[in-house]
Design a protein around this ligand. Structure first.
Ligand SMILES: C[S@@+](CC[C@H](N)C(=O)[O-])C[C@H]1O[C@@H](n2cnc3c(N)ncnc32)[C@H](O)[C@@H]1O
Length: 210
């Protein structure tokens, strides 16, 4: 039997996400996902793996992916993608705030469009730090709060957006939170893609423990 957690159950958002993500892949997200995991090797933790659309992009040097996904509906889809992946993927029922790995077990921790939704980001980043091996890296592809007018608009729509979007926040300053959590963020870049809220701007790249 799988562990139960105090969190979202089979949500409407999960069902919508399964339908929407293939469309996002086609408009350019697939390229970003490939970049997100390129060059990785060894043991990788993918946090909030969703329906598993990133699995196909892992390079063969990756020995094992531990794909953490708390939503049962998305987990079921992820297991299907895992069965087709060219690397070994274990899809597990867990949350970012309590990763099922020993200290220093992971060569990389991957966050793709998930830190917008995780309820306790500092706790999730502390867990990422704990499980990363010395020299390990955190890989990131996250939408964050925009500057100026777009940012203020994101602040205004945040309550409704969060309710409709499975807890997604369009206005998190994830770069700042990473820095406060002790990561060197100089390897991260911000860019517009696509030019619509809440998917812009995107913060991506690699961060290491300071
Ligand atoms: C927008 S979806 C993105 C899914 C996937 N990473 C992708 O890029 O397609 C957000 C994901 O965060 C997951 N999530 C929400 N809270 C979480 C938590 N506390 N720990 C881990 N994942 C969480 C959701 O279940 C969902 O899979």
């Amino acid at each position: 039997m799988e562990a139960s957690h105090d969190r979202i159950d089979v949500s409407l958002f999960a069902r919508v996400w399964v339908m929407v993500s293939p469309v996002l892949e086609r408009v350019g997200l697939a390229t970003s996902r490939r970049r997100l995991v390129s060059g990785l090797s060894g043991t990788v933790v993918e946090v909030g793996a969703g329906s598993g659309v990133t699995f196909e992009h892992y390079p063969p040097e990756v020995a094992r992916v531990v794909a953490v996904e708390p939503d049962p509906h998305l987990r079921a889809h992820a297991r299907r993608y895992a069965a087709r992946a060219r690397v070994h993927v274990d899809v597990v029922d867990a949350v970012a705030e309590a990763l099922p790995l020993a200290d220093g077990e992971a060569d990389a921790v991957v966050f793709g469009l998930v830190l917008c939704t995780v309820p306790d980001v500092p706790a999730a980043l502390a867990e990422a730090r704990r499980v990363l091996a010395p020299g390990g890296e955190l890989r990131l592809l996250e939408h964050v709060r925009a500057e100026g007018r777009l940012g203020r608009l994101a602040d205004r729509i945040a309550p409704v957006w969060s309710r409709l979007g499975g807890g997604c926040h369009p206005n998190r300053d994830t770069g700042q939170t990473l820095s406060e959590a002790g990561f060197d963020v100089s390897g991260l870049r911000t860019r517009s893609f696509p030019p619509v809220l809440p998917l812009t701007p995107i913060l991506s790249g690699s961060a290491r423990r300071r």
